[in-house]
Design a protein around this ligand. Structure first.
Ligand code: HEM
Length: 444
């Protein structure tokens, strides 16, 4: 059996500082430079970082019972409640079964038209921002758009831009506060009135105050076509519906999981398109042929294959969810490696997506690597994870992003604003740009 190489780090705190300073670089280089597996510790907590695709797939897909989600996900429940992301076991199974029908690829194709509606409403704002400032922060605009899309698709709500922005700020603050707790070496007990504990409670109350009345209304009138109505109509094997609290927690979960991830990926898509005018022209031409003179509907997507490949490649090179956390229960031998029980496992999606399976062009943005004849290394690709916890919103996100990209490139020619360039990456809850993406938009 192969022994997993160990990095010792500091005598007392192990690799705590390195992981906090550069979680992307560390997890990926640790795992890639040591044959895909490495052990380390944070204080006295043992970790293994993994970027071996076969081991990652085994843990997530083949024997998930021995590898439940890590403690990070429980912390999420402090703000977004006991939704699909935070619960395990029978509670998770029941919720997943009840929610799955609303997220199948067929119903979710309706998101194409929702995306087009939100985009149409946003264009005048972008035009006036351009006229006023000569540049637009497309990372912020993609966030606003993603939030508007999820509000309309999930809850059937069309809000004023200011309300959209303030709800976005609360969701982001919720995620930030959970991350502070996740990365603190010794988190304070929840009863202690520390600044972070107080903030966790405050954002939970703000989210409840906003979404509670919407959920309440759906419980009484659930005939609507939005996803929340579908969740209100769902029944479990015993014929029971979600309670009010369960529905609220699932709604908060879908918001938190579904807007920042997509917005982050789209911010990187904007950078790639701004860097490559030829690609931008190809996307615009494809979108023109797919959309000119016809309304956007569920069939539009089939006419946007290049946009689909660009999205796949964005999710490879810039995976918003860069680590997937699990915890081993019992010792096991996986792919010839001994994985001890009682260990936190960090599956490095970042490392998998940039590792040796992608050959010499691993770090190059190349959407055409997804052409079927190029046989991309799909076993090392898991932006939405694999196995039982595979992202329930994966089709939603793919439809939404493909449409956003096509609509943006059809309407505008994108380029970097004078003096501005691609920002660096800031690995928080998602691996987002660490500064605005200032672009110049010229109408096509
Ligand atoms: C580019 C966008 C997205 C990415 C990269 C992404 C990524 C992921 C990943 C990696 C997981 C698995 C986490 C784990 O097993 O530990 C996950 C789970 C989940 N995602 Fe997404 N996601 C995206 C968009 C969405 C959207 C749009 C929604 C909802 C509308 C959503 C809702 C969820 C939920 C509820 C789970 C938990 C599933 C379960 O445990 O059964 N995500 N996502």
């Amino acid at each position: 059996m192969k022994q997993i190489p160990t990095i010792r780090g500091h005598l007392l705190w192990g690799l705590a500082r390195e992981l906090r300073q550069d979680p992307l670089g560390l997890a990926a280089s640790l795992a890639n430079d040591h044959g895909g597996m490495v052990r380390f510790r944070i204080l006295n907590r043992p970790f293994i970082a993994i970027s071996d695709p076969a081991v990652a797939r085994y843990i997530l897909h083949k024997n998930p019972g021995n590898y439940p989600r890590s403690f990070h996900y429980r912390n999420g429940a402090l703000t977004i409640g006991e939704g699909l992301l935070s619960v395990e076991g029978e509670a998770w199974h029941r919720s997943r079964r009840m929610m799955q029908p609303a997220f199948r690829s067929d119903p979710v194709r309706e998101v194409a038209a929702v995306t087009a509606g939100c985009w149409t409403d946003m264009v005048p704002d972008l035009r006036s921002s351009m006229n006023r400032d000569q540049r637009v922060d497309m990372a912020a605009e993609c966030q606003r758009l993603a939030l508007d899309i999820i509000l309309r698709a999930l809850c059937g709500l069309k809000l004023e831009q200011e309300q959209v922005l303030s709800l976005g700020a609360v969701v982001k603050e919720a995620l930030r506060r959970v991350r502070i707790r996740n990365t603190s070496a010794i988190p304070a007990p929840l009863w202690m009135p520390t600044p972070n504990n107080r903030a966790l409670r405050r954002v939970r109350e703000e989210l409840d105050a906003f979404l509670g009345p919407v959920v309440e209304e759906r419980l009484h009138t659930s005939e609507g076509t939005d996803m929340l109505s579908a969740l209100a109509r769902a029944r479990d094997d015993q014929g029971q519906a979600f309670t009010r609290q369960e529905l609220l927690d699932q709604t908060k979960t879908l918001f938190a999981a579904g807007f920042e991830t997509t917005a982050t990926a789209m911010a990187w898509a904007m950078c790639e398109v701004a860097d490559d005018p030829v690609l931008a022209d190809r996307l615009a031409e494809e979108a023109r042929a797919a959309m000119a003179g016809q309304p956007v509907d569920r069939t539009t997507l089939d006419r946007l294959p290049l946009a689909g490949r660009v999205v796949e490649e964005v999710l490879r090179l810039h995976p918003p969810v860069y680590n997937i956390g699990r915890h081993s229960i019992d010792d096991e031998e996986v792919g010839g490696w001994h994985i001890p029980g009682g260990t936190d496992l960090l599956i490095s999606v970042w490392g998998l997506h940039r590792g040796p399976h992608w050959g010499e062009s691993a770090l190059r943005f190349d959407p055409d690597r997804w052409l079927p004849e190029r046989a991309p290394a799909k076993e090392a690709y898991m932006p939405f994870a694999v196995g039982r916890h595979t992202c329930i919103g994966n089709h939603f996100a793919l439809v939404e992003m493909r449409m956003m990209l096509a609509l943006i490139c059809y309407q505008f020619r994108l380029g970097w604003a004078p003096g501005c360039a691609r920002p660096g990456v800031s690995p928080q809850i998602t691996a987002a740009p660490d500064a605005p993406v200032w672009l110049r938009l010229e109408p096509r």
